[in-house]
Design a protein around this ligand. Structure first.
Ligand SMILES: NC(=O)C1=CN([C@@H]2O[C@H](COP(=O)(O)OP(=O)(O)OC[C@H]3O[C@@H](n4cnc5c(N)ncnc54)[C@H](OP(=O)(O)O)[C@@H]3O)[C@@H](O)[C@H]2O)C=CC1
Ligand SMILES: N[C@@H](CC(=O)OP(=O)(O)O)C(=O)O
Length: 346
């Protein structure tokens, strides 16, 4: 039977990606769309300035957009995806949770809370057990799960694969696409013929969220992974796809071939929107990959790519890439929603 889903912030850049990814989904059916007061009451076609490369599905275009309040969303909706500005999400998500809704949220508020699962289904699905702790702590009938920041999600699968060699330290430099900042986030005058070596708050998010994702869960409490993570974040004039350069220190000394095999063989998830292979790894014969334009759309934008793996005096260096608004945002929340269904939470 179809799972009825709603999208909070459905008219925004990430909300539009949700609509694109949910079109033709085998189990999820869109039953509610919400946005700000200025959009409420309009059809989706009137309210949204559609900027995704595929057309608005016809039945969605004619749906009415509701206000972002629990009263405006039917109790029949089984799962909400949230892509609201975090200042708004931190106010309204608790209202929906108190009303009993289950939310898979992309917004940054509460990502680091001790009782909120921050989840990538292929990496730490067991952290969903925190929902019990969350319900005890907060008295919610609903449940809140979060996906990480797009730069974090790009590198963490590769780090999880390399952790079998004892991950000690990570130094990462990002080259991030403009879509991460939203449609009006950086102006063309700022970014054309340029690079901006600062993205507010991004470095600390990568440093903390990655250690939560790679950390353990004993059924009651989370523990952070013990590695040190240092990040340096930069905006470049690509549209979609965050490229990252990493130096990792490892306790063991894998050869580049062993590291590539660990990444290639890292297991995927058996979920409808998960890629067959989580990490596509380029060999020495293609030293100039991954590239944003060439590799961001692999497996519907849900696959991570890695390449340029080489030894250093204390470990390895390599590059990795993911589609920031698909695998890094809407696709990440969608996969978490599928994980909630598979885990019997819905
Ligand atoms: N995982 C990641 O790394 C990424 C996360 N994000 C996060 O996703 C969220 C959405 O980003 P993005 O789609 O770019 O943002 P947009 O500004 O494009 O969209 C925001 C959405 O929220 C709605 N909204 C705004 N204010 C209110 C309000 N007061 N009450 C109710 N609804 C409101 C807007 O509705 P209306 O059209 O009516 O104004 C719109 O639907 C942000 O938290 C962002 O940080 C984004 C990209 C990547
Ligand atoms: N900051 C990211 C996108 C983003 O919105 O991240 P977060 O969800 O952590 O705020 C970028 O600029 O590419």
């Amino acid at each position: 039977m179809a799972v009825q889903v709603g999208i909070l912030g459905a008219t925004g850049a990430v909300g539009q990606r949700f609509i694109q990814l949910l079109d033709g989904h085998p189990t999820f059916e869109i039953a509610a769309l919400t946005a700000s007061e200025s959009s409420a009451g309009k059809t989706y076609r009137e309210a949204a300035k559609w900027r995704v490369e595929t057309q608005i599905p016809e039945e969605i275009a004619e749906m009415e957009v509701g206000a972002t309040t629990p009263e405006a969303v039917s109790d029949d909706v089984d799962l909400l995806f949230s892509s609201l500005p975090s200042s708004v999400a931190s106010e309204v998500e608790p209202e929906f949770l108190e009303a009993g809704h289950i939310i898979s949220s992309n917004s940054l508020n509460d990502r680091m809370a001790d009782d909120v699962p921050l989840t990538i289904p292929e990496i730490n699905p067991d952290h969903l057990g925190l929902i019990e702790v969350q319900r005890d702590n907060r008295g919610w009938d609903g449940a809140l799960i979060k996906n990480p920041n797009c730069s974090t999600i790009t590198m963490v699968p590769t780090l999880a694969a390399l952790d079998e060699f004892g991950l000690d330290r990570v130094d990462v430099t990002t080259l991030q696409a403009v879509s991460g900042a939203g449609y009006s986030g950086v102006t063309s005058m700022e970014i054309i013929d340029n690079a901006i070596p600062h993205i507010g708050g991004e470095e600390s998010k990568m440093e903390s969220e990655s250690r939560k994702l790679l950390g353990g869960f004993d059924g009651a409490e989370l523990s952070m992974h013990e590695s040190t993570v240092n990040a340096s974040c930069n905006r470049i004039p690509t549209l979609d796809g965050h490229l990252e350069s990493l130096f990792v220190d490892l306790a063991d000394e894998p050869t580049p071939e062993e590291a590539r095999a660990a990444m290639r063989e890292y297991p995927g998830a058996d979920l409808p929107s998960a890629p067959e292979q989580l990490i596509h790894v380029f060999g020495d014969d293609e030293p100039d990959r991954p590239q944003p334009r060439m590799d961001r759309s692999r497996e519907n934008g849900m696959q991570i790519s890695a390449g340029g793996v080489a030894s250093t005096d204390s470990g390895l260096k390599y590059n990795c890439l993911a589609h920031n608004t698909i695998r890094g945002a809407a696709g990440a929340s969608l996969l978490n929603g599928e994980l909630l269904v598979e885990g019997g939470w819905i």
